[in-house]
Design a protein around this ligand. Structure first.
Ligand code: PLP
Length: 424
């Protein structure tokens, strides 16, 4: 039935799509579904007591100011704290380079709003974070892609993509969403050099960098970009816009994140943000600042790493035991996700349908591909489900995959379920 609104939607609305994950999340709210679909932190480790105490203290100490409108740039002490935090990973910045946003998702949208004209090309990894594609599709972005392998973005393929004149490069260097892979140090350097040579800026999206369970911490691209230019200490050169968030190190419901950008970009982002929400909630900024006092966040991040490392190990062991030959997956050193590749000819959307019948969910990989493809891939989240649920969910998924692989292998009957014995 037609309504008064049908012909009134803007052209950009035609390009908007719902997030596959958000749609799946509706289904996964049913209590007996084991979901590896969302990118959700473990709810058991949210610091409820600390947030409650900080909330009281903010109301006691800041009083009405905590409930008042605030500056678009963000709560000044929080911006100063982020500048100090940034110095810890080797980059000197001032609070003027920091903008607080309502989640990194808002930062991605604001970047789209200030930079992307319809038809502009953005260089993205393949696969990449689907929330960025969703934000930028609305502004008419087009994409040029560079593949990802176990070492992250395949920088040897970068030069050809840069020749197409992208507006900026979007890269997720640590425990990439969706694949879980990390960009090797040598490739980070190569990326900075090539971006410099072609005069193309970089947007570095880093929600997971602090959640490393194994291996050496690698310098962010924004830091490498400031190295070796005649200064002893890396300086912020403004060629890289860096995004990070409190969502995975504190709580996503706070909707708190930050952007590091040069003044001329901050100025435009502030204008765009004023049109969107005036500013990020004063109250939550003050609470997050208060929670972080006394080194709490460092301790909390260490705790998160322990919990997620255990869950990753359990998921990997269960996959080793239950997934049939021919299925491959990544073994991430941190973050929240791993990435599964099915034998050619298997469609993850079809597998999902069968998996949902057994009440287990994941996200098919196609929607992380900006230019199509990836039908035989999917993403698994290991942070949200408890160890017991991970074992049970992977066992169910193993049954589904065995049956599907058997179908394409020429009707070989599904393997009987193997005993799942895991060391913890
Ligand atoms: C790569 C990436 N960027 C941005 C976001 C959005 O994070 P936020 O909760 O800060 O909006 C996510 C969330 O999962 C993400 O994985």
């Amino acid at each position: 039935m037609q309504t008064l609104w049908d012909y009134r939607f803007a052209q950009r609305t035609q390009r908007m799509t719902g997030s596959v994950i958000r749609e799946l999340l509706k289904f996964t709210e049913e209590p007996d579904v084991i979901s590896f679909a969302g990118g959700m932190p473990a709810p058991e480790i949210f610091p409820l007591v600390e947030v409650e105490e900080a909330t009281r203290q903010v109301l006691r100490d800041a009083g009405a100011q905590a409930l008042q409108y605030g500056a678009t740039e963000g709560y000044r002490p929080l911006r100063e704290m982020i500048a100090r935090h940034t110095a810890r990973f080797g980059l000197r910045i001032t609070p003027e380079s920091v903008l607080i946003t309502s989640g990194s998702q808002q930062a991605l949208d604001l970047l789209g709003k200030v930079f992307i004209n319809p038809g502009d090309r953005i260089l993205v990894e393949e696969p990449t974070y689907l929330g960025a594609l969703q934000a930028w599709n609305a502004y008419g972005a087009e994409y040029v892609t560079v593949p990802v392998d176990e070492g992250g973005m395949v920088t040897p393929a970068l030069e050809a993509a840069l020749r197409t004149g992208p507006k900026f490069i979007y890269v997720l260097p640590n425990f990439q969403n969706p694949t879980g892979v990390t960009l090797q140090l040598e490739r980070r350097r190569q990326l900075v050099q090539l971006a410099d040579r072609y005069g193309v800026p970089i947007v570095e999206d880093d929600p997971y960098g602090q959640l490393r369970f194994s291996g050496e911490h690698l310098p962010p691209i924004v830091t490498l970009d400031g190295h070796g230019r005649g200064h002893d200490e890396p300086r912020y050169r403004g060629n890289v816009i860096y995004l990070s968030t409190f969502s995975k190190i504190l709580a996503p419901g706070l909707r708190l994140a930050w952007v590091i950008a040069p003044p001329e970009v901050i100025h435009r982002l502030v204008q765009a943000k004023q049109g969107a929400d005036l500013h990020t909630a004063t109250f939550t900024q003050m609470v997050a600042y208060q929670v972080a006092q006394g080194g709490f966040l460092d301790r909390h991040v260490r705790h998160i790493r322990r919990v997620y490392k255990e869950r990753r190990d359990i998921m990997l062991a269960a996959m080793d035991a239950c997934f049939p030959p021919g299925v491959r997956w990544t073994r991430p050193n941190g973050g929240l996700f791993l990435w599964v590749t099915l034998p050619e000819g298997l469609d993850a959307a079809v597998v999902l349908k069968a998996a949902l019948e057994l009440k287990v969910a994941f996200v098919p990989g196609a929607s992380f591909h900006a230019c199509g493809g990836g039908a035989n891939t999917f993403r698994l989240n290991f942070s949200n489900a408890t160890p017991e649920k991970i074992q049970e969910g992977i066992a169910r998924l193993g049954r589904v995959l065995s049956a599907q692989v058997a179908l394409i292998d020429g009707a070989r009957p599904p393997q009987p379920e193997r005993e799942l014995v895991l060391s913890r």
